[in-house]
Design a protein around this ligand. Structure first.
Ligand code: COA
Length: 280
């Protein structure tokens, strides 16, 4: 056995031991859709699609969004397949009354909760065991005119906090509030039937989540997953978030676990980190 093989096996064992149960734990998987390593795999991704997905892909294929759509479906299907023990193309979905996707395979009932979000160039999928979970990601515009949207979408408490920030912090805080709020409505799965003014997220001076004012406030937990020059992403869960693991994924290729500080940075996946992902 080569030294590298031993190292890889050890890493796999430690992942399984660390997470025998996913309760309170969230795995965050993401893929940059312009990654050149996806190029040779697009046909395999297309072969995973359901007839309805294929139809949607064919409508998008000649525009800018075709590749984003295909890679996002491939990420979702390959990730879910690892937790459910089903081939990616065998994963099937149904949606609730507000469009939130759930797994419909009988073998997968009750195994996991998941949610997904996309923005231009980046797709994200979060998985946990028992709790309602939601994710949002937004690519960041530098144009301050987007701040005008806060009046329509944020609560009075959030607006007051945003307006109290220094000018050079406001765009950053805007995206944090936005993605946290969107992640919450996605976790609840009831779409915009949830009035956006009726709940508030509270951020501290470092921009970290520090409180929630709303229905069943004690039940909900939140986290900023990513904040860099290009993207902001946030997570909401109907239970305490004890731990988060980040995986930079090339669907059907490398899956590399990264620390919170390195996740979502747009750099090539390090080949020494290649491993098969196993879920306890
Ligand atoms: C349906 C909704 C999730 C769309 O959100 P979006 O920002 O366009 O898209 P995202 O990339 O975040 O999420 C899309 C994914 O969410 C999932 N989704 C769809 N409906 C959902 C729902 N009701 N609940 C949770 N997840 C849902 C799907 O997996 C979808 O991916 P797919 O289209 O590939 O199947 C919904 O929350 C919405 O319309 N939001 C409006 C945005 C808004 O006003 N936000 C205010 C924040 S302050």
């Amino acid at each position: 056995m080569l030294r590298g093989d031993r190292l890889e096996i050890k890493i796999m064992i430690s992942i399984v031991e660390k997470r025998p149960s996913l309760i309170g734990h969230v795995d965050v998987w993401y893929c940059f859709t312009d990654d050149h390593r996806l190029n040779g795999r697009l046909d395999q991704y297309e072969a995973m699609l359901s007839p309805a997905e294929l139809e949607q892909y064919q409508q998008l294929i000649h525009g800018n969004n075709g590749r984003d759509y295909l890679v996002s479906r491939a990420l979702l299907r390959t990730v879910l397949s690892e937790y459910c023990g089903l081939a990616p193309e065998k994963i099937s979905f149904c949606v609730n009354a507000y469009g939130k996707p759930e797994l419909s395979n009988s073998e997968a009932q009750g195994l996991i909760q998941f949610n997904t979000a996309h923005t231009s160039g980046l797709t994200v999928c979060v998985v946990t065991r028992d709790n309602d979970v939601g994710v949002d990601v937004e690519s960041r515009a530098e144009n301050r005119s987007i701040l005008n949207m806060a009046d329509d979408y944020f609560s009075a408490l959030e607006l007051q906090a945003l307006n109290g920030r220094a000018d050079d912090q406001q765009l950053d805080y805007f995206y944090r509030y936005w993605t946290l709020k969107e992640a919450y409505i996605k976790a609840r799965g009831e779409g915009l039937s949830i009035p956006l003014h009726d709940f508030s997220v509270v951020l501290d001076d470092q921009g970290a989540f520090s409180g929630f004012v709303g229905p069943e406030a004690d039940r909900w937990d939140f986290g900023i997953l990513c904040k860099n020059l290009n993207y902001t992403a946030a997570l909401a869960m109907g239970g305490k978030i004890d731990s988060i693991a980040y995986f930079h994924s090339i669907p059907l290729g490398q899956q590399v676990e990264l620390g919170a500080d390195d996740a979502f940075n747009h750099f090539p996946v390090n080949t020494s980190g290649q491993r098969n992902r196993m879920i306890g």
